[in-house]
Ligand binder design. Structure first.
Ligand code: CTP
Ligand code: MG
Length: 227
């Protein structure tokens, strides 16, 4: 079984609207709809689990019904950090998973995820237990320790920007989350960093620029232009 776990329990503080960014409307549909729809449309994804904050679970349910997103089997309460939200989703999957299952963990706020990226993640899972989508950047990248002047130029070939999906053998990532939670290590910003911390080899899959995360207003404007 291949699960998609979409985390959408954030508050969108940097975005700065009353309503969390993933529920903003664009072309009459919420951002989160576009994210879910990409996984709904992928023939290799069996089930989709959504994580949302308690205040928005009913809204998510109404969207699932309205837009007939049939692969969504569970809507789970989020936690106070992204990591805790992911862990809640993983716990819900644990109840229905069996050995060898895979999970693609994706940000609800990345609505322009392509079928190619989803496919490449699934393909990579055939031979790797830990997979992370990344993109390289064409711009020259500087290191500035005081954030005012340049100290050095970083080697562009060696630099990658993390995206999602980050995809895993289910049992492996569940164990890492379980142990991290037990140790009160709950602030890792993504799942690949948790894997890295545990000395796991994380295999890279190529993402693209469109798969950006809506974080600030300018990202939403870009999304509106692209959709
Ligand atoms: N997320 C989550 N639970 C949290 C925090 C984040 O499910 N406690 C989700 C967000 O909804 C988003 C993804 O993780 O889809 C990436 O997080 P981010 O872009 O940081 O979103 P927010 O935390 O909502 O934004 P901000 O950090 O600006 O408050
Ligand atoms: Mg955040």
């Amino acid at each position: 079984m291949i699960f998609a776990l979409i985390v959408a329990a954030g508050k969108g503080l940097r975005f700065g609207e009353e309503i969390p960014k993933q529920f903003l409307m664009c072309k009459n549909r919420p951002i989160l709809y576009y994210t879910i729809k990409a996984f709904e449309d992928n023939k290799n994804i069996d089930q989709i689990i959504i994580v949302a904050s308690p205040d928005y679970i009913d809204l998510v349910k109404s969207y699932i019904n309205k837009y007939e997103l049939r692969k969504v089997t569970k809507i789970v309460e989020g936690g106070s950090t992204r990591q805790l939200s992911v862990f809640n989703g993983l716990k819900a999957i644990k109840e229905i998973s069996s050995k060898g299952d895979k999970v693609l963990i994706h940000d609800g706020a990345r609505p322009l995820i392509s079928q190619n990226i989803i496919e490449d993640n699934i393909l990579a899972l055939a031979s790797h237990s830990f997979v992370c989508t990344v993109r390289s950047d064409a711009d020259t990248t500087y290191l500035s320790k005081d954030q005012k002047s340049i100290d050095s130029i970083l080697n562009r070939e060696e630099l990658f920007l993390a995206q999602t999906p980050q995809s895993f053998d289910f049992d492996e990532i569940y164990k890492l989350h379980f142990d991290a939670f037990k140790n009160n290590d709950i602030n890792n910003t993504d799942d690949a960093s948790l894997a890295l911390k545990n000395n796991k080899k994380v295999f890279l899959v190529e993402g693209n620029k469109y798969n950006f995360k809506i974080t600030k207003k300018e990202d939403f404007h870009l999304f509106e232009l692209l959709i």
